[in-house]
Design a protein around this ligand. Structure first.
Ligand SMILES: *Cc1c(COP(=O)(O)O)cnc(C)c1O
Length: 350
């Protein structure tokens, strides 16, 4: 604490991202990055954008990127919002759409940035417990305040079927519902086709996971034009130029390289299935995952102990010291070699 801090800065409990250790030869399975590189066309476009033109501000509205995303998702450009990573898109959604008189609702176990934004923006919120099997039950989301949840959920990896997502929307037509689809490309069914029927639905996406561009910082949202306009109002009251020229160029090239995208998602899904079976064979309980990570616990070994022991062998996974999930490890699906190294290390530990 410093006497120079505002009351706001004093009150905050900031989000703690997974560590990015500066060590070589690390098996880094803690932050759900892609084990494969981005589209070579994206890298080329970013390099091409690193030119004299950088003296000029970028397009404040990222119109070319919005047009590419609109084409990709078969919506109109007025239904697309882009931002500096989906975390920024989410922050704007919290201010523009999720701060109402009735408390915001989200699962008790979910992306831990949500309560952080509530603290920053002073948003009342109510956690809705996941079921005993760590699933979202649509019956728990009867009419009430606004709603946000990831699908698949993080850090459980569990997918909510599209008809269950629609049941939540149908029960809540008068409040915004945000579905954070950071991991939808690993086998889930997107809610984007529902935006035309549900003007209260906002779907957020990121280039950080399935498009392997975490370092570029690009995220977006798809929804009705009225929801998007609300986000634009906040964005233009905060930062007119959230995406630089290289980010806009790289993101467009990524969207236009469908074969690379499909191939890397398919490889991650195949390795995830292998990892699930290998961990199950070691006695782990592995939740069914539709993401690029698995969430698993061992009946005889504490999560914190396993995470610390792996760390000594330069294998980094994520452990959350939180009620209900303290026993679990969240393990990012890496390359086949990285996952084999993890399983070998666990074999010796359990
Ligand atoms: C990774 C992640 C994000 C943030 O992605 P960025 O675009 O890198 O900011 C958002 N939501 C969930 C659930 C995530 O896991």
């Amino acid at each position: 604490m410093s006497r120079f801090w505002s009351d706001t800065a004093r009150r905050l409990t900031p989000y703690v991202p997974g560590e990015q250790p500066k060590l070589d030869k690390l098996v880094k399975l803690n932050t759900n990055e892609s084990p494969y590189g981005p589209s070579p066309r994206a890298v080329e476009a970013i390099q091409h954008a690193a030119s004299e033109d950088l003296r000029r501000y970028p397009d404040p509205n990222s119109d070319a990127l919005k047009a590419a995303l609109a084409r990709y998702h078969s919506v109109s450009p007025a239904q697309v919002f882009v931002g500096n990573g989906s975390d920024e898109v989410l922050a704007h959604a919290f201010i523009a759409l999720l701060k109402h008189a009735a408390p915001l609702r989200f699962p008790d176990i979910t992306y831990s940035f949500y309560p952080v934004y509530c603290g920053l923006f002073d948003i009342a919120h109510t956690p809705i417990p996941l079921t005993d099997s760590l699933e979202i039950d649509p019956a728990d989301y009867a009419a009430g305040g606004p709603i946000i949840f990831p699908n698949p959920n993080a850090p459980t990896g569990r997918l909510l079927a599209i008809d269950a997502v629609e049941a939540i929307l149908a029960a809540n037509p008068d409040v915004p519902v945000v579905v954070d689809e950071a991991y939808i490309d690993y086998g889930g069914e997107s809610a984007i086709p529902l935006v035309d029927r549900h003007p209260n639905l906002l779907v957020t996406r990121t280039f950080s996971k399935s498009r392997a561009l975490a370092g570029l910082r690009v995220g977006y949202a798809i929804g009705s034009a009225e929801l998007i306009e609300g986000l634009e109002r906040v964005k233009n009251s905060f930062n007119s130029y959230p995406l630089g020229r290289p980010a806009q160029a790289g993101a467009i090239a990524s969207v236009e390289d469908e074969p690379h995208f499909r191939d890397s998602c398919a490889r991650v899904i195949a390795t995830r299935e292998w990892l699930d079976q290998a961990l199950t064979a070691l006695g782990f309980e592995v939740l069914p995952s539709a993401a690029n990570f698995v969430f698993a616990r061992h009946p005889a070994h504490a999560g914190a102990t396993l995470a610390a022991a792996l760390r000594e062998q330069a294998i980094i996974v994520r452990h959350f010291k939180l009620p209900r999930i303290d026993d679990y490890l969240r393990i990012t699906v890496g390359t086949d070699e990285e996952c084999a190294a993890l399983v070998d290390a666990l074999k010796a530990l359990v």
